[in-house]
Design a binder for this molecule. Sequence first.
Ligand code: NAD
Length: 499
Amino acid sequence: MSTATTFYNFIDGRWVPSVSGEVFENRNPADTGDLIGLFQKSNAADATRAIDSAQRAYDHWRLVPAPKRAELLFRAAQLLADRKEALARDMTREMGKVLDETRGDVQEAIDMTYFMAGEGRRQYGQTVPSELRDKFAMSVRQPLGVCGIITPWNFPMAIPSWKIIPALVCGNTVVFKPATLTPLSALNFVKILEEAGIPPGVVNLVTGGGGDVGNALLVHDTVRVVSFTGSTEVGRTVSQAAAPSFKKVHLEMGGKNVIMIMDDANLELAVEGCLWGGFGTTGQRCTAASRVVVHEKVYASFLEQFVARARALRVGNGLDAASQVGPSVSRGQLETVMKYVSIGQQEGARLACGGHPLTNGTLANGFFHEPTVFADVAPSMRIAQEEIFGPVVSVIPARSYEDAVAIGNGVQYGLSASIYTQDVNRAFSAMRDLYTGIFYVNAPTIGAEVHLPFGGTKATGNGHREAGTAALDVFSEWKSVYVDFSGKLQRAQIDAAEL
Ligand code: NAD
């Protein structure tokens, strides 16, 4: 018998086991001997119970005035801030990224919760002049109902907060299915919402697999919005499964982001940016700078400095303050990294550093890999086209600015891009020419602020955005309202007699 702690689903304000009677393990990817806990391996029946509970709660929650809903969210933000360190430690333990980064993840959730709670007193609509006398015309935001929230493991608290908090402030209720690799952070977040006083049924948590719990949310008629962040492959399935019931579907998917380094760039700054953008979160960010396109005039110099810095990165357990790069999140993810290292070599790219898993000493029980740089990469190679989601950066030479832009745009994804240059004209041209949802000048492709929209184009997103007030557009819909106070039947068209 295992002595590990068992964690439960949260349905209708109670912590309950799955009807399946089954659980799954959550282990530390830096040390697989460390069992974090057992979580409910839920199925479609659990999801249905949660949806029913969210639907009942919606009847009440939608009528709570938005500023009152927001008061509970402000309380939740404060609780997150009070517990930031403990929440970050739990997160590092379950998914591996270094503590500085998990603190940043929790901070994103704090910032988003404060920001969105503020929207409780805004959620502006429009008032416009009516075509008719003694008539008032306006549009107001309305909640949609039950929202299915499906999230990945790489930002286990930030991404759920980006979805759940705007859903709540708009008056919706939620069924939340987190990634199976990070159920503890999801549970910690939901516990704080419970403690802040969010009423029973308004937020429900169901842990378990995508094919079981996730799919149940996609096909149930009652769920009116699905907000999904994850891989492009699964996003396509989500989109198809949700289509027959005409749900609003918000998709944030994969990336193959580019940093372009021009011949006039501050190289020291560019190296620093590529290091953080490429190897931060062990390369497991949707915004990771996995491609670096360098002007041929500064290519050799950049490469030499970048490789030296990548070699010097300290890989280790994220709970150790000395570590700069943690493990891959799972054995499967580490195997993907190893597979792409071998693909890159077969394709003829030059392995400039790294290329091997790390298994010595304290790293033996984790999923560690050397920070890896491929040089002389051709834009068409698979390592330059496909999302690897690990500590692997492809460096690609370019002849000119135009060449760099063509390479930058030459992938199926469109999340984030960046340029290093001291020429303001080039910087603005690149901002216009890169077909991505996010763009940086003299900074890496990572690092979002919660009050600006976040999301991508092409195979990264389907036109919606999270964060900023754009998130309100996902979780509300417009109702146009006409109030006629003339006391008589007015014809819809103005004619001379009525003027
Ligand atoms: P994933 O697609 O494997 O899983 C995402 C979520 O979908 C998980 O909760 C999973 O259980 C669920 N799921 C899987 N199959 C499902 C199905 N058939 N029906 C419903 N739900 C299902 O992604 P992941 O490995 O957790 O995360 C990594 C991916 O997420 C990368 O591709 C990364 O780029 C992407 N990501 C994108 C953004 C963004 O904002 N664009 C942010 C973070 C991560």
